[in-house]
Design a binder for this molecule. Sequence first.
Ligand code: NAD
Length: 545
Amino acid sequence: MSKGFFNVPVAVNEPVLGYAPGSQERRELQSMLKELRSREVDLPMVIGGKEVRTGKLERIFPPHEIAHTLGYYHQGDAGHVKMAIDAALSAREAWAALSWQHRASIFLKAADLLAGPYRAKMNAATILGQSKNAFQAEIDSACELADFFRFGVREMTRIYQMQPESAKGIWNYNEFRPLEGFVYALTPFNFTSIAGNLPAAPALMGNVVVWKPSRTAVYSAGVIMEIFREAGVPDGVINLVFVSGPVGADVVLGHPSFAGIHFTGSTAVFQSVWKKIGENIRIYNSYPRIVGETGGKDFIFADPTADRQALTVAMIRGAFEYQGQKCSAASRAYIPASIWPDVKERMGNMLADVKMGPPEDFTNFVNAVIDESSFDKLAGFIRQAGKDADAEVIFGGKCDKSVGYFIEPTVIQAYNPTYVTMEEELFGPVLTVYVYADEKLDETLKILDQTSIYALTGAIFSQNRYNIEKYTRVLQNAAGNFYINDKPTGAVVGQQPFGGARGSGTNDKAGSLFNMMRWVNIRTIKETFNPPHQYLYPNFAPDEN
Ligand code: NAD
């Protein structure tokens, strides 16, 4: 029972550490990398607070060094998903009844554990398991995840403060109940922060959760689960299962107590999940909440006034950081012919400097792509672009999977604005550039808006204020996160609430109040202090003669 209106600590973005040579954080991270490489983990599922080992072992290895074994995880089946649902539902009553400040305390503690004693381990697990370099791991698995926890707590209290008016003689209030059932958190490989936030956000709002991480991110998921448990998330509130996507979906989406899905991943998977929910709609006890952030075909549009150096840096960082495996990664660019020769030359110079290799060597800017199927798909598109008449590979293009899944940062020039790599999400270090005739700027803007099914992120580069206003207006629906003279990646929790529309998702803005609202069901309570004792209203009295 709460006895007071409590203020939560002010949420501040976790400072990003630099990892410069000689720094303490660099030493700690390097020694943690060594330690994790020197032993093999035995990673269980966690159901109802118990570690579950099936003996059906799957190998975990770094995408950049496939011969090295980081450990094994225990693969589950449909029975384990059922166990996880039962464990969640058994934990529900106590968790839903717990005063909100104790939920807040748990996730604030999780943030402090992550930013402090677990920082090196969390980053090292992401570096090794998902092939992220130190900087990319730091902004994701340490800082963004801590921000999700801390800002989540703040947003929860802002929601609780959203109360209706009360007229004379009555008192109205909103109670923000957790959903009646369990939430399924279905998470992608590319951001450890998203993997942690998708189960945490509904749990923070009082829900119980079954969490299925991506097969290629189980290593860091294990560390997130350690933090949840050490922070005091009670048994059964978040249950971690290692099953295939279709097995998880079959059991979860066929359960009457399924109350919502918190998804981030590809558009195709999200659409298949939504379809299944539609087919099963009659079996559910309530209408499930469907929150999904999905794919993108994120653009950079430049006009002739653009700052060419800033534009080129944005293209390099936006397209190639984390091997282009950010949902927000720039993957198509529209550059006017008048500045293209200069921009192309700058790009070539920068790319000549970019180093590729394992992330344990801190000087490598580009590391490996996540797995073999992703590698094969990307190599296929690059090969094809080399053959097609309406495209040309102008930088990079080398692919080698002998040691790890390495794809050189690649730039394709498309001579047709609807060339396949201008439209499809490839999810790798491949940027396609379309050079437009300066006099066709307006036409090109329209083409940009209508190319691809997505609307996640986009950036415009111009130094003309009238143009900036025009592009912002014309491209109003082309991106959920829109950048002016900046790269289209790197959204920060609390600063640029993130999400896209059209085929890119439900745009509920992860980490924001808008997202947290989806995990509560509002009960409005009206109390009347002095209720009427007559059933007739005054108008029913007869006229006086
Ligand atoms: P994915 O769709 O392959 O997998 C996401 C999750 O769904 C995983 O846990 C996976 O095991 C599961 N899954 C796979 N097939 C399934 C099926 N048939 N039924 C049910 N579940 C299934 O995505 P990914 O490769 O892990 O991540 C990359 C994708 O995520 C890209 O499309 C990217 O744009 C998107 N993404 C979007 C955002 C955003 O905020 N919009 C953020 C990160 C990633």
